[in-house]
Design a protein around this ligand. Structure first.
Ligand SMILES: [Mn+2]
Length: 348
């Protein structure tokens, strides 16, 4: 399908200025404005809006991806009801965090808040699962745009179920996200990979890269599982500092993955210079070039990208019109690469 790439579309729908409908597009992006359990910086619920706005300035032709965009990328409309639920429940989560931090003795109130927040997370997961299932059943390629890192749980479930769990997750993140619960929230952004790897539909393998902030309980969990391979940031950086090429490191990462790959990309896996307003930045991490190269090698390896998410791109708490556009700019470019490789590894 061809179209005039100079046509502009409203910022309210679509992505990258591509004037194609959901029906006409191969890649469907599901925006999830959710950050109920975020504990530190806020603004991830504005991530999809921020990225959508920044995406219009990306030149569609790409040396690696060619004219993949002609197959169509479409982002669904901003789900207002999800954002409203997020705003309401985030206040409750914050009240609970405050009570816990102040060692409150009001157990009844804390139990009630925890139950309400966990119920809201369940509602969100069911909504994301239903949306993702619908997109996949229509024969489309799925990408989810968060939101904090709890948002893709339902999408990962849908992709795992569709592929009989015969997939690996490539998880790019500063954090391991394998906490059993965080602040008593079972579906916290810090627990997504624990929840995924303990689900009945869990994927065959979890391959983590960039991990540099985790607690001992998470380390023990990772070590106890032979279906989790973690490339700690420290180890990868030592190899680079000893003169090894990134190309070689990347081959070792790709080797760990099965033939079908779901990418879960927390933007804080990057050096915070590329995502200064993300909720829980950690020094270290990767350049966009290093990740572009990883995606290029993965996309050229013969493996198939069966779904992806990009999460934790944030405004830093302000509304998108007041935000530093840099976070959205980097996020939009990463999203464009993910869309392109997803199309290129799923030839029709
Ligand atoms: Mn994460």
């Amino acid at each position: 399908m061809s179209f005039d790439a100079t046509t502009t579309v409203s910022a309210e729908f679509g992505i990258f200025g591509i004037p194609l409908t959901e029906e006409q597009s191969r890649v469907i992006l599901l925006p999830v404005p959710w950050e109920v359990t975020t504990s530190y910086g806020s603004g991830a619920s504005w991530g999809p809006s921020l990225i959508r706005e920044a995406s219009a300035q990306i030149d569609l032709y790409d040396l690696e991806l060619g004219k993949s965009y002609e197959q169509g990328y479409h982002m669904l409309p901003h789900p207002v009801e999800i954002k409203n639920l997020n705003d309401k429940m985030k206040l409750k989560a914050q009240e609970l965090i405050e009570l816990v931090t102040n060692q409150s003795s009001d157990q009844a109130r804390m139990d009630q808040l925890r139950a309400e927040v966990n119920q809201a997370s369940h509602t969100l997961n069911e909504w994301v699962y239903a949306q993702s299932t619908r997109i996949l059943e229509n024969g489309k390629l799925l990408g989810l745009v968060g939101g904090d890192h709890s948002s893709p749980y339902g999408a990962i479930r849908a992709v795992c179920e569709k592929n009989s769990s015969d997939i690996g997750i490539l998880h790019i993140d500063a954090h391991s996200d394998t906490r059993k619960a965080y602040h008593g929230f079972t579906h916290s952004h810090a627990s997504i990979m624990y929840n995924v790897m303990t689900a009945p539909w869990k994927p065959k393998k979890l391959v983590q890269i960039g991990i540099r902030d985790f607690c001992e309980e998470e380390y023990e969990f990772i070590k106890s599982r032979n279906d989790i391979k973690t490339f700690f940031d420290l180890d990868l950086k030592r190899r680079l500092m000893n003169g090894e090429a990134w190309a070689r490191v990347v081959q070792d990462i790709i080797k760990e993955l099965p033939e079908k790959v779901y990418i879960s990309f927390d933007i804080d896996g990057l050096d915070p210079a590329f995502c200064p307003h993300t909720g829980t930045p950690v020094s270290g991490g990767y350049s966009t070039d290093q990740i572009h190269y990883l995606l290029y090698e993965l996309g050229s390896s013969g493996k198939k990208i069966v779904g992806f998410d990009l999460n934790e791109v944030s405004t830093g708490g302000v509304t998108p019109d007041q935000a530093d556009p840099w976070d959205g700019n980097v996020g939009a470019r990463m999203l464009f690469k993910l869309c392109g490789w997803s199309v290129l590894t799923n030839k029709v």
